[in-house]
Design a protein around this ligand. Structure first.
Ligand code: G1P
Length: 294
């Protein structure tokens, strides 16, 4: 659906980072799971970089107890900077400087009780205000020259409305995802007439699943405010988006790139290998180790 009016730009992104990371215990006992590194950059930095590449200017973290390392990561560490400078470690200093975000760009709020992804997004409503917003789940990682969110913003500038990143999953996996009920599909864009959170394979309306990137209109907060419980007894973002159908168009967007589920051990390890293989200084070593173990 083409609109003649240019959609309002996406300036803000929400990063729901309140989860306990139980699947990675004991690694996540004292550090947030979003601080686990893909090669040498924590997952959260990959997510923030992706948002920056998509033109996002304001970064909203929905955190919880025990997540201060995430705030520290984007702050200035004077002692570290001074030490690196004194030792002439310019390359490392440059890497550290890239993580220093201006305070008027970073916003933190807490999800005090774990009531679900929809509730986490709702916690950011005052900071977002009355404008469209991106939501980035840092566990869901995409490897591509044009980062996933930038691909979505490009599509959004053409069609506006709500857009969710999607991928085709094996039918037996529908109960891990939000699933689309499709009214039309041109291969790239999928028009949505319904959404179901984590349906059983025999109840799923399709095998097209939501991946962790969203562009949402602010009406989503009105629907989230009802605090209606959905799948697993949680307040689901999928349900609030479904409730917007008819009011604001919802499209699924098949992004390009290889995707990794870093919320899962095998997915996280695979992502580390794939990202390491992108690095000229590591590629040969990693390839030979992979051969050795295959
Ligand atoms: C969340 C969403 C789900 C989506 C998934 C993508 O589920 O609720 O709709 O498909 O992220 O990763 P979670 O993985 O947090 O259970």
């Amino acid at each position: 659906m083409m609109s003649t009016e240019r959609p309002k730009p996406i300036r803000k992104a929400i990063f729901p980072v309140a989860g306990l990371g139980t699947r990675f215990l004991p690694a996540t006992k004292a550090i947030p799971k979003e601080m686990l590194p893909l090669v040498d950059k924590p997952l959260i930095e990959h997510a923030v970089d992706e948002a920056r590449a998509a033109g996002i200017e304001e970064f909203i973290f929905v955190t919880s107890r025990g997540k201060t390392a995430l705030e520290d990561h984007f702050d200035v560490n004077f002692e570290l900077n001074a030490t690196l400078e004194a030792r002439g470690k310019q390359e490392q200093l440059d890497l550290v400087k890239r993580t220093e975000m201006p305070s008027n760009r970073m916003f933190y709020t807490r999800q005090k009780v774990p009531l679900g992804l929809g509730h986490a997004v709702w916690c950011a409503r005052q900071i977002v205000g009355d404008e469209p917003v991106a939501v980035v789940l840092p566990d869901d990682v995409v490897l591509h020259q044009t980062p996933c969110l930038a691909q979505m913003v490009e599509a959004y500038n053409q069609i506006g409305g709500n857009i969710v990143a999607v991928l085709d999953v094996p039918r037996e996996n529908t109960s891990k995802y939000g699933i689309l009920d499709i009214s039309s599909d041109n291969g790239k864009l999928v028009e949505v007439k319904g959404l179901v959170e984590k349906p059983k394979p025999d109840e799923a309306p399709s095998n097209v699943a939501i991946y962790g990137r969203y562009i949402l209109q602010p009406q989503v907060f009105d629907h989230l405010s009802s605090h209606r419980r959905g799948a697993g007894g949680e307040i689901q973002l999928t349900d609030a988006i479904a409730a917007m159908i008819g009011e604001v168009p919802v499209h699924g967007f098949r992004f390009e790139g290889r995707r990794f589920d870093c919320g899962d051990k095998a997915g996280f390890i695979t992502a580390n290998l794939a990202f390491a293989l992108q690095r000229p200084e590591l590629v040969e070593q990693i390839r030979s180790v992979m051969k050795e173990y295959s």
